[in-house]
Design a protein around this ligand. Structure first.
Ligand code: SF4
Length: 206
């Protein structure tokens, strides 16, 4: 299964949970960016997806996104001077990455455009599609997926976890990761994926 075909399964889970909660209870929507701050790791398949999204932007948006990503990577270097391309989180190690995440927790995601919206929303990583609703898997394990502003919405903050066949999803996602790794992608961040996205083919003159 293609990763872009797999991700809508997560969106359907979220939509079902939101509908079950009742009208207006879950405030998550395109344009809310409460959870779009601080570096987080994305899978190889997500990294390839982000690179694909970068390629589809118009030239001005792409240039601006690259500049924001490079600015964020410069901040990474201040915290972890030895880290660099391909911004491989696995190579960096959990402890150093956790330090980075904690230190830069307030940094806006580079995919947030000048108008404050995500410029790659249709191609956003899996993590971005899960935050905001607690999930319970087939073994009864709960992923909190806490939204940073849910405390402002009493009904939202106490929602019961929404069931999801995570094992099946992860198995399909793993196959997509294998394909992405074969294409040279690793575990990175949104900024890392943007910086490593191939440059667009030059436009033919005229
Ligand atoms: S990729 Fe988009 S949705 Fe995900 S954190 Fe960045 S701005 Fe938010």
């Amino acid at each position: 299964m293609k990763y872009r075909t797999l991700l809508p399964i997560l969106d359907q889970w979220f939509a079902a949970g939101s509908t079950r909660a009742g009208p207006g209870v879950v405030p998550c929507r395109a344009g809310c960016t409460a959870c779009c701050h601080g570096p987080f790791d994305i899978s190889p398949a997500d990294a390839r997806l982000v690179a694909h999204a970068v390629d589809r932007l118009d030239a001005d948006q792409r240039t601006a996104l690259h500049q924001r990503a490079e600015a964020q990577l410069a901040r990474y270097r201040e915290v972890v001077p030895a880290w660099g391309p391909p911004w491989d989180v696995a190579a960096l190690g959990d402890e150093a990455f956790d330090d980075l995440v904690e230190t830069l927790a307030g940094l806006p995601c580079p995919a947030l455009g000048a108008d404050g919206a995500c410029v790659i929303y249709a191609h956003r990583p899996a993590t971005c599609r899960m935050i905001g609703l607690p999930m319970v898997n087939e073994d009864g394990d709960i992923l909190e997926n806490t939204c940073p502003i849910q405390g402002n919405f009493p009904e939202y903050a106490v929602l019961a976890p929404v069931p999801f066949d995570l094992e099946q999803f992860e198995s399909e996602a793993e196959a997509c990761d294998d394909g992405a790794m074969d294409a040279g992608w690793g575990i990175t961040t949104v900024a890392g994926a943007v910086a490593c996205a191939p440059a667009p083919a030059p436009q033919a003159p005229g």
